[in-house]
Design a protein around this ligand. Structure first.
Ligand code: ADP
Length: 494
């Protein structure tokens, strides 16, 4: 059996032209070209379905199809088979147009000879194969560009955007990549960073590439986002610079994480400083009273008693702080376990109010309790919930002015006990209202030197209340006062 190098289908209706071509074939080595024949487009299409052909020799004007239509019909169904057009005229416009639209080459019928035919068919097949390889490689790169999580841009040397992917449009708030074409990329950089962009373009021109430069970039609506851009120089075949490829990565999340970490480190440092300060104040006072008493400097029994009471209060404050720190460390290590009991919250609140009586009397602050429902019994951890409420009421006292008024209400609603602590003190700026529940947070504008506290009270309150299945919220107006609302389920929720 003969194995042919090229299997070609000739679609030609003119018997003379068929003869001419067959004659030319006799000039080639036997077995180099195997020729199939069809005298109509329709028959050609059937033939192509039935057998594998390497190349098609096509007369554009056939009885059942004429001109470029003939080529279109074939290319549409058999896009992978190269087509060589047979032309009767040397400067036929239709033939040139056919080559422009996908035919690999053309042959003038009057000039056909064997070696030339062989060469043209070989080239047509090779070119088509090379085109397919190129197209596959292009498709791979296209997928890479389209699926990249980063913005990818191609610009000319002046910075005009020639091509970009979907992610670029998404980053800059445009509807589609096409909507961005022609934009100068310097316009996408925040004005303060444009000089930096110009410098880095120059550097890319000189060094070939620049990696991971941070910029503030602009969206279409004028808003900003932080990004990191790497760029590389593009060159033509003659090594002359033609433009730049740029990769843009949105670093908003990274910047937020860095900022959060920075804030936490700062708060931690402040926290350690304030813990030392807060522990020292009552400790010095306590030691002072004990010294006076031990050295026999106070003879009066009533004064001795008074000093001992004050020393004992200092010790209580120290114990409170140590307990707060202990709960904090248990929460941090997720080891806080609650001790559940049935507790009448009205009794707890009355005890707390009593403990503040001296402080509030000294500053003429009125502390009022209104029980709106007969039963405020709930299942909870009594010592922890007591500390939570103590803290909220203590804050209300701390941040109230002389002659201030504090109202505490308790009611039972929808299976919850709701406690409101309402003061008419300095209030909390709106932007701080959610942040006061963060650990270490203290409002700088209201937190003065002589107000003690670790910035942990409300953080612990929120964590402990949430561990009870409840919630805490605040409504506040600067200069007018604050209302803290604590909601605790009556029944322990599993
Ligand atoms: P601290 O123990 O340092 O007071 P908290 O967590 O209890 O910490 O409170 C956090 C911050 O919230 C306080 O430092 C204060 O700035 C603000 N704050 C809390 N309660 C009130 C209030 N009733 N009125 C005004 N500011 C308050």
């Amino acid at each position: 059996m003969t194995s042919y190098q090229i299997h070609a289908l000739l679609i030609e209706d003119d018997p003379d032209d068929v003869l001419l071509l067959k004659e030319a074939l006799t000039e080639t080595e036997k077995g180099e070209i195997k020729l199939g024949l069809a005298d109509r487009l329709s028959r050609g299409l059937i033939e192509l379905r039935m057998q594998d052909y390497d190349v098609i020799l096509l007369d554009l004007n056939l009885p059942d199809s004429r001109g470029l239509e003939t080529l279109n019909s074939i290319v549409k169904i058999f896009p992978k088979i190269p087509v060589v057009v047979l032309s009767g005229l040397a400067d036929d416009a239709t033939t040139f147009e056919a080559v422009r639209r996908g035919a690999q080459d053309y042959i003038l019928k009057g000039e056909i000879n064997g070696p030339m035919l062989l060469r043209i068919l070989h080239y047509a097949i090779e070119r088509k194969q090379a085109e397919a390889v190129l197209r596959a490689s292009e498709a791979r790169y296209r997928t890479l560009v389209d699926t990249s999580p980063n913005g990818i841009t191609l610009t000319d040397l002046e910075g005009k955007l020639m091509l970009c992917n979907q992610q670029t449009a998404l980053l800059h708030g445009y509807d589609s990549p096409d909507a961005m074409l022609g934009i100068n990329v310097y316009e996408l950089v925040a004005p303060d960073d444009r000089q930096l962009a110009v410098l880095n373009t120059q550097k890319t021109l000189e060094e070939g590439r620049v990696i991971n430069i941070e910029y503030t970039l602009l969206r279409k609506d004028g808003s900003h986002f932080p990004a990191e851009i790497s760029s590389a120089l593009l060159r033509d075949g003659g090594d002359a610079p033609t433009g730049f490829v740029g990769i843009t990565r949105d670093i908003t999340q990274r910047m937020q994480a860095i900022e959060a970490e920075r804030r936490l480190t700062k708060s931690r440092e402040q926290f350690i400083a304030s813990v030392s300060h807060e522990l020292r104040t009552p400790l010095f006072s306590l030691l002072g009273y004990l010294d006076l008493l031990r050295n026999g400097k106070v003879d009066d029994y009533d004064v001795q008693k008074e000093f001992l009471t004050r020393a004992s209060k200092d010790a209580d404050r120290l114990l409170d702080m140590v307990n707060e720190l202990l709960d904090f460390s248990l929460l941090e290590s997720e080891r806080l376990a609650l001790n559940w009991e049935q507790v009448d919250l009205s009794v707890v609140i009355l005890e707390i109010l009593h403990s503040f009586r001296e402080q509030t009397d000294a500053r003429s602050i009125s502390l009022k309790w209104v029980q709106m429902d007969p039963s405020l019994i709930a299942e909870l951890d009594p010592s922890r919930m007591r500390r939570v409420l103590e803290n909220i009421i203590e804050n209300a006292v701390k941040f109230s002015d002389k002659n201030g008024e504090i109202l505490i209400t308790g009611e039972s609603m929808n299976g919850n006990v709701i406690i409101n602590v309402i003061d008419r003190g300095c209030g909390i700026p709106e932007e701080d209202c959610t942040r006061i529940f963060e650990k270490y947070y203290q409002v700088s504008s209201t937190h003065s030197e002589n107000v003690y506290g670790l910035g942990l009270g409300l953080y612990l309150a929120k964590q402990i209340i949430e561990a009870h299945g409840g919630s805490i919220s605040v409504k506040s107006q600067l200069g007018a006062g604050s209302t803290f609302t604590v909601t605790i389920p009556v029944k322990k929720r599993m």
